[in-house]
Ligand binder design. Structure first.
Ligand code: ATP
Ligand code: MG
Ligand code: FE
Length: 332
């Protein structure tokens, strides 16, 4: 079965064609990073306008790359939420219009389900499966007992991991998006600064990054008061080590507790080299397989939306013409 995926939840306009939820036939992503860079973050109005300009181009390119025509498409999967409402609306309306015109089934997809299903390009899922979701807007541990079943095990009580990366990057005067920049600097620095790690209650799988973020601000501020300047590389390395240690340890503990047959990592921060290394080390000498998407499938794309949509399609679920953008859509 061939699913056309459409993704416009934030600042990438994307379309992809995926076969049986695990083979990428084409995958087109138009990033708006350059337009948002000078504002230091995503500007919703600018994002919507870019999606409107790009959506048709990106869709045509997806068919061209795949060398396919509409007849072969079995269904259209589109991100319905969460995300920026004005951005989501562009994809949802494109998906609805095309489903109507081409008479194809329409499937609304949760953006985070998409991030999770980016791992199915790596390997078939085995349940129970524990997913560590680390993106720009989400940081959670989700237990899956089957396809499309999501049970929240823990979540951030304040900032998302990607948000913490982007905020710390801004303090270090690095360009947006800051995650990849910090990742690079961290590789060159020493973990010489002792930043806090939020373990929270003993049995909690929740996360918290706001204390760490404040500690980084204070450290930079205090140093400059003393007329010193700290190495950005060392700050990045120390910050990253705090984030990665908590994420890795809690994922490990949850995997034990819930008897996970697989652990998967999802979302933009899954591209982080420090996190990939630490998780690989932790799970490497155990019998729990660890799945992490290839780098280009960690951040937003439409192949992952088509992959998640394929599962929904196989389960016989369809969206109606009342499908709407839902900026606060829940995963379950
Ligand atoms: P959500 O998926 O929660 O709706 P989003 O779609 O904006 O949010 P993603 O596109 O999944 O988020 O991920 C973007 C985030 O990932 C940004 O915060 C970015 O800084 C972070 N990120 C990307 N690459 C890296 C990296 N190598 N190291 C750390 N963070 C990274
Ligand atoms: Mg993005
Ligand atoms: Fe995302």
């Amino acid at each position: 079965k061939y699913i056309l995926g459409i993704e416009t939840s934030c600042d990438e306009t994307a379309a992809a064609i995926v076969e049986n939820g695990k083979d990428i036939i084409s995958n087109v992503v138009a990033s708006q990073i350059d337009s948002h860079k000078r504002f230091g973050g995503v500007v919703p109005e600018v994002a919507s306008r870019h999606h409107v300009e790009q959506i048709t181009v990106v869709l045509e390119e997806a068919f061209e790359q795949a060398n396919m025509t509409w007849e072969k498409i079995d269904a259209i999967a589109v991100t319905e939420g969460p995300g920026l409402v004005g951005a989501l609306l562009v994809g949802v309306n494109a998906g609805k219009a095309l489903a109507f015109a081409k008479q194809k089934p329409l499937i609304g997809v949760h953006h985070i389900a998409g991030h999770i299903y980016a791992n199915r390009f790596e390997r078939e899922f085995e349940f129970p499966l524990l997913a560590l979701i680390v993106s720009g807007g989400h940081t959670e541990l989700v237990l899956m007992n089957g396809h499309g079943s999501y049970e929240l095990v823990g979540e951030t009580r304040d900032d998302a991991a990607g948000e913490a990366y982007d905020k710390v990057a801004r303090m270090l005067e690095l360009p947006y998006p800051g995650g990849p920049q910090i990742d690079q600097l961290a590789a060159e620095g020493e973990e010489s600064i002792d930043f806090p790690k939020a373990w929270l209650e003993n049995d909690s799988f929740d996360f918290s990054f706001s204390g760490l973020k404040s500690s980084v601000i204070n450290t930079i501020h205090n140093a400059s008061q003393r007329g010193e300047s700290l190495s950005k590389e060392d700050i990045a390395a120390s910050f990253q080590s705090s984030v990665v240690d908590v994420l890795t340890t809690k994922t490990w503990k949850a995997a034990q507790k819930y008897g996970a047959q697989q652990v998967i990592v999802a979302g933009g921060v899954a591209a982080n080299q420090g996190l990939r290394k630490a998780l690989a080390a932790k799970f490497g000498d155990t019998n729990i397989p660890l799945l992490i998407p290839s780098l280009n499938l960690c951040t937003d794309n439409a192949a992952m939306i088509a992959a998640a949509g394929f599962i929904t399609y196989k389960q016989g679920k369809r969206s109606g013409w009342d499908l709407n953008a839902n900026p606060s859509l829940m995963l379950n």
